[in-house]
Structure formats: structure tokens, C-alpha cells
Design a protein. Structure first.
Length: 473
């Protein structure tokens, strides 16, 4: 005799309705309706290019309006699966936690879990099930009513992480992308708040620095700022996973949609929590801006062979180049590092020679003409790593507000005084924008440290494609 067993469906019950958000369905719908009606975008966003959004997860009276700016972007998009990523507020652990239940419940109804993704990820060693931690965590649950209000016929896939180390982030991002690249109609929702319990103005300073740095896409700089406490975000690991997945595309950009803190929403400005909303969009690379791996490798080889011959007293090698990109006149810097420490760096801000010749010239100048260092000798070359920065054409900006640290190099000019910092200086030093510009004025341009605030001082920005020998070993 065959007995068929039918197991009842298992849904996670809402743990934070009635505290973080209303437990009454109609009250909740009314509150969400108000949030979405109050959204007013400054610029149009190309929805078809959205990879993911970032939204806060505090109580709705504090952060709901900011969150609505992210979620309203999803309206009208055919989304079948939402990958919901948050970081545990209660436990530190490697890997990521996923859910083997059928779905999650909120006052607005049930939403199913994408079992297809679960089956694929559960086989991987970096993913496990832990209902206790999932049920105790609020940062994922509070995002779901926004999704239920704005989307139809979708599933979720909740992912909880507990370790923001680069290694863990890379592993989770790679595994998630391996599954997602085979699917269609998905989007990532990342949950994080910003600074916690600082006075209003200090919190705003920290949060705006974080949002500005996000726009640079410079993950190492964000890690540096988090480590030095210049910025805070409780969902750091989740944000990093989204950025690492975005890096799988030819290019991407981060747009900031809205910012406020609890001082703006409930009035008490003595100790506030910051909230930001952002969207990550696919972006097409401009064909002429980027170098191929072959071009990069050749430029590094030219720099290395130039130094080997020049420092050993030999004739410089003859270079034959017919690549039109390498024949363009481009600004370029050559940086020499000995066991990780700067050993020389000199370059052209603007195009003076064809790129391949400029690299040869600047390799020599960096080795023997940087006034900050004694000349490099041949015996040191074995310990020296060569880094090349190929620059875009500098563009003048009205003021420092237009500068994005980690993305932009900066030129400061006043009278006959001029100084330049490459984009990677911000990452290597961990300076804030004010520190970056003050050091640039004082130590590179010979100007007063606050000269960048003077309307008579000219500020220019440029971007750089940076590559080094380490990448080709």
C-alpha cells in the first residue's frame, strides 16, 4: 500500500511587524503609499540597467521615506527574483546563511523563496541554513513589505552574511554571480544603515563621505575609511558583495538617490542614525578610454626594459609600435615601488609624447629625477614594482564638491604654483577630501593648505587607468 505524504508549507513568520513597521495590513499599506507618493527623483534613472539597490532597514518612521527612493525604481520592471542581502547584527560567521523554507510572511501576505537558487547554492560549501539567525535578524524582513507593495509575482532569496572580510565577500559574490548569470529578471536589494548615534552634523559629515566614496566604486578606499572610523555602515559586507557582483560587468556606476538621518525624520538631533538610498547601474565602457591587456603588458615591458638598460649604462632598446592607441599623446605617470614603499613617481599631466614614448621617458625620470629620493640603482630593480597610470584629459571643476575621492585625480593651480595627486593617493592614504586637498596644496603646490577653498585657485580633475606588474605575474 502506497501512502502519499504531503508536508505543510513552511513560512517564516514576521518577527518585527508591530515594532519596526505596522502589523495591521491596511495601516502598513497606507504608510507605504505615503512614502512612495513623496518620492521625487532629481534625475531620470535607466531602469533597464539596474543591477541592484541599497536601502536602509530601520523602523519605518525613521528610514521608510529614504528606503522608498530605492524601491520605487523597481516599479514597472519585470522582476522575478529579488536577491535580498543583509549583514547579521548579532553574530559573526564565515560564508552566508540561506533559507530552506517555502517563503516569508508579512502583514501584506506571503512571498515565496526561489527554490531553484537555493538548490544550487546549498551545494556550495560557503552556504548553510540557520533559521535561528535568520529569524532573529530584522534587516532582511523590513525590506519585504516595500517589495510586496511595488512588485507583482516575484520570489525572494534572502542571504545573511556575518563577515565583511575581503576573502569572504569575494567568495559569496562569486558564488552568487555564478548562479545569477544563468538567470533572467533578477535584482539585488542590499540592506544597510549608515552612521549610528553621533550628533547631527558629525553624522551627516560621515554619511555624506560614505555616499561620495560609494560613487567612486573604490572598494579599498571604503574599507580604509571603515577601518579608520571615518564612515560607518552596519551592512558593509552586503554592500561589498553587491559591488563585487557589479564588477563582473564591463562597467557600472553608483547613483545616490536620497539621504536623511533620524534627526531629519523625528527631530531629535543629539544622537542620530544615518540612512541612504542608492542604485547600481550597468554602464557601457567607452571604447577609446580603456587599454587592452596586451597594451598594458607592452607598456609595462617598455618601462622595465628601459630601466634595465638605462641603469646598467646600455643603449635604450629600439621600440617599434604601430598600435594607434599607443601612438596617441596621453598624460601618463610611472610609479616605482620598492617592497611596497614609494621609490619614485613622475609623469605628464597632459599628452606631450606618444604614450609608449612617454612611458619610457617617465620611467627614467621616476628612477633618477624625483627630487624626493636618491636615484635608483640597477641592483634595486629586482625589488621594484612598476605601476603605470594613463590619464584622461583634465577637466576644470567649479569647486571641491565635484571631486569624487578614489575616482578622481586632482590638479591644483594658483599663479605659478601647481600640484597634482593621482586618484590612488586617496586609497593609499585613507585621507578625507579635506585632508587630500590640504596636503595637495601644501606639499605639492607650495600653497597654503586651505588654498583649494579660494575661488582664485583652479581645480582640475582627471581619471586614470592604473595597472602594475603585479597584475601580470
Amino acid at each position: 500500500m502506497f501512502i502519499s505524504l504531503i508536508f505543510p508549507q513552511q513560512y517564516r513568520k514576521p518577527a518585527y511587524s508591530g515594532s519596526f513597521y505596522p502589523s495591521d495590513k491596511e495601516v502598513l499599506k497606507k504608510q507605504l503609499d505615503t512614502f512612495f507618493k513623496n518620492v521625487n527623483y532629481k534625475e531620470k534613472v535607466e531602469k533597464e540597467k539596474i543591477i541592484g539597490i541599497i536601502a536602509p532597514h530601520a523602523g519605518y518612521i525613521y528610514s521608510g521615506q529614504v528606503a522608498a527612493y530605492s524601491f520605487k525604481l523597481l516599479q514597472g520592471i519585470n522582476i522575478k527574483t529579488v536577491i535580498l542581502i543583509g549583514k547579521s547584527h548579532h553574530s559573526i560567521f564565515k560564508g552566508a546563511i540561506i533559507d530552506d523554507r517555502d517563503g516569508w510572511e508579512t502583514p501584506l501576505g506571503n512571498v515565496e523563496i526561489d527554490k531553484n537558487i537555493f538548490e544550487k547554492l546549498y551545494k556550495k560549501k560557503n552556504f548553510s541554513v540557520n533559521k535561528t539567525l535568520l529569524d532573529y535578524e530584522h534587516s532582511l524582513e523590513v525590506e519585504i513589505p516595500f517589495l510586496q507593495y511595488i512588485l507583482k509575482n516575484f520570489k525572494i532569496f534572502p542571504v545573511l552574511v556575518g563577515d565583511a572580510s575581503k576573502e569572504n565577500v569575494e567568495l559569496i559574490a562569486n558564488d552568487l554571480y555564478d548562479v545569477l548569470k544563468e538567470k533572467k529578471n533578477w535584482i539585488i536589494v542590499v540592506s544597510t544603515d549608515l552612521s549610528h548615534y553621533y550628533p547631527y552634523e558629525l553624522a551627516k559629515q560621515k554619511d555624506l563621505l560614505l555616499l561620495e566614496t560609494l560613487k567612486s566604486k573604490n572598494i579599498n578606499l571604503i574599507y580604509s575609511y571603515l577601518s579608520s572610523k571615518k564612515i560607518e555602515m552596519c551592512g558593509d559586507a552586503a554592500v561589498f558583495i553587491l559591488l563585487k557582483i557589479a564588477e563582473k560587468y564591463p562597467d557600472y556606476e553608483v547613483e545616490i538617490l536620497n539621504y536623511a538621518n533620524s534627526g531629519d525624520t523625528i527631530g531629535d538631533k543629539s544622537k542620530v542614525v544615518g540612512y541612504g538610498s542608492a542604485v547600481i547601474l550597468k554602464k557601457e565602457k567607452k571604447g577609446g578610454d580603456m587599454l587592452t591587456e596586451k597594451q598594458k603588458s607592452l607598456l609595462l615591458r617598455i618601462a622595465r626594459e628601459t630601466l634595465e638598460n638605462y641603469l646598467s649604462g646600455k643603449k635604450l632598446p629600439e621600440i617599434k609600435v604601430d598600435d594607434p592607441v599607443l601612438l596617441e599623446k596621453r598624460g601618463v605617470f610611472v610609479t616605482l615601488k620598492k617592497k611596497g614603499e614609494l621609490r619614485g613617481c613622475i609623469g605628464y599631466i597632459e599628452g606631450v609624447e606618444p604614450l609608449y614614448l612617454a612611458v619610457r621617458t617617465m620611467a627614467i625620470n621616476s628612477a633618477v629625477k624625483d627630487p624626493r629620493f636618491r636615484p635608483v640603482v640597477f641592483e634595486e630593480l629586482k625589488d621594484i614594482e612598476i605601476e603605470i597610470s594613463v590619464l584622461t584629459i583634465p577637466k576644470r571643476v567649479k569647486n571641491a564638491d565635484e571631486i569624487v575621492l578614489g575616482r578622481d585625480g586632482v590638479i591644483v593651480k594658483k599663479g605659478f604654483n601647481q600640484g597634482v595627486f593621482l586618484p590612488q593617493v586617496a586609497e593609499e592614504t585613507g585621507w578625507s577630501k579635506e585632508e587630500f586637498l590640504s596636503y595637495l596644496c601644501l606639499h605639492k603646490a607650495g600653497l597654503p593648505p586651505d588654498a583649494w577653498k579660494d575661488p582664485k585657485t583652479e581645480l582640475y580633475i582627471f581619471q586614470a587607468e592604473v595597472f602594475s606588474e603585479r597584475e601580470f605575474k
